[in-house]
Design a protein around this ligand. Structure first.
Ligand SMILES: Cc1cc2nc3c(=O)[nH]c(=O)nc-3n(C[C@H](O)[C@H](O)[C@H](O)COP(=O)(O)OP(=O)(O)OC[C@H]3O[C@@H](n4cnc5c(N)ncnc54)[C@H](O)[C@@H]3O)c2cc1C
Ligand code: SF4
Length: 328
């Protein structure tokens, strides 16, 4: 690992001044991803600016009935919070489905949102990778891609976003609050992540040096009827190979409204708008759920070794919707 400096400011203005003043400075949350990437040589920051002393460790009620979560909130605290468990259970379940207890005790909300892909070539500096070194090539397309994207990829990159938490945030239309050099900004999660297109190295719409301060969960009373379901290769301590966050509003056997987001299938948490559209106003039946899943997945472009994700995610969607009808 290369030598690096370390700062731990207590005030956001100091943190922003430090990141603007030192080339190669990076914010540090719990360090559970960034430090691993430093050990691999993928990241080589000159200075780490630890943001865990900033006043961003909170979960509070918003005036509109939603919740506001500070970016420094540890993943374990978020998952254990009573209001999250009661009002947005899919979010608590998604966070608990990630990593291990020890990692969740360290990992922060801000860091979780910006964790990097687990594409094996991205993490191996001896291999080409367009995301790590623009224009160096993408060996994944013809090589190891069994856990890479079936939706939203480009010729240059088919990496998947690894975050479980972000999938639930996408289903709930969360808003991410940031401080950027130009000032504060509220970014709807649908505009937060970028598809790779011809610039896979740019994963978000954030300006360089942006500090995430909080995430808002808008009020959604029927989000209490929500669930996160994750398929993985091992029972614990493993990233998703497919996942789904679903919230369902059902009355008299009809779907009044629905939110569906998919994980581990695309470079961003994938909001299944086509499936949602297909379900609104329809009978809450398995037939309708299968048609909705097909409406989304007919756009999938699987490769040689990740075709299994299409039936996997279809079944996750259908099964979770059925469970939510039974729970209503
Ligand atoms: C073995 C293992 C298994 C895992 N399994 C899963 C899993 O199944 N599901 C899952 O979702 N995750 C999993 N993770 C990932 C884990 O959830 C992330 O490493 C963690 O959430 C990152 O949070 P952090 O605070 O440690 O981020 P850091 O590592 O500190 O930072 C990550 C990135 O965020 C930036 N950053 C941090 N805070 C801010 C801020 N406030 N503003 C702007 N930028 C910021 C950093 O500069 C860095 O680029 C796993 C990790 C490990 C090591
Ligand atoms: S899929 Fe993306 S991250 Fe993986 S090797 Fe290709 S360019 Fe790199």
């Amino acid at each position: 690992m290369k030598e690096f400096g370390y700062e731990r400011p207590a005030h956001p203005t100091d943190a922003l001044a430090m990141i603007a003043g030192v080339a190669g400075a990076r914010f540090l949350g719990g360090g559970t991803n960034l430090v691993d990437l430093m050990k691999l040589g993928v990241e080589t920051p000159a200075v780490l600016i630890d943001v865990t002393a900033l006043p961003y460790d909170f979960v509070t009620d918003d005036a509109d009935g939603g919740l506001r979560v500070g970016s420094g909130t540890r993943n374990s605290d978020l998952a254990a919070h009573l209001a999250v468990r009661r009002r947005y259970p899919a979010l608590a379940q998604a966070v608990l489905a990630g990593a291990s207890g020890q990692l969740r005790n360290m990992a922060t909300v801000g860091g979780n949102l910006l964790q990097r892909t687990r594409c094996p070539y991205f993490q191996d500096v001896t291999k080409p990778c367009n995301k790590r070194v623009p224009d160096s090539g993408c060996p994944a397309r013809d090589g190891e891609h069994h856990n890479l994207a079936i939706l939203g990829g480009s010729d240059l990159c088919i990496a998947t976003n690894p975050s479980d938490m972000a999938v639930a945030l996408a289903a709930f239309d969360a808003v991410v609050f940031v401080e950027e050099p130009a000032g504060p900004r509220a970014v709807p999660i649908a505009d937060f992540y970028r598809l790779p297109a011809d610039e896979p190295q740019r994963e978000t719409t954030l300006e360089p040096g942006a500090l995430i301060t909080a995430v808002a969960l808008p009020a959604l009373p029927w989000a209490a009827n929500s669930r996160y379901r994750k398929a993985r290769e091992r029972a614990s301590y493993s990233f998703a190979i497919g996942s789904v966050a679903v919230a369902l509003d059902v009355a008299d056997g009809m779907v009044r409204d629905v939110r569906i987001a998919l994980g581990a299938v695309a470079p961003i948490p994938w909001r299944a708008y086509r499936a949602e559209q297909s379900l609104r106003g329809q009978p809450a039946t398995e037939v309708a759920f299968r048609e909705a899943a097909d409406a989304e997945l007919e756009w999938a472009q699987p490769l040689r070794d990740n075709r299994y994700k299409v039936p996997l995610v279809r079944n996750l969607m259908v099964r979770t919707l059925i469970e939510l009808v039974q729970a209503s």
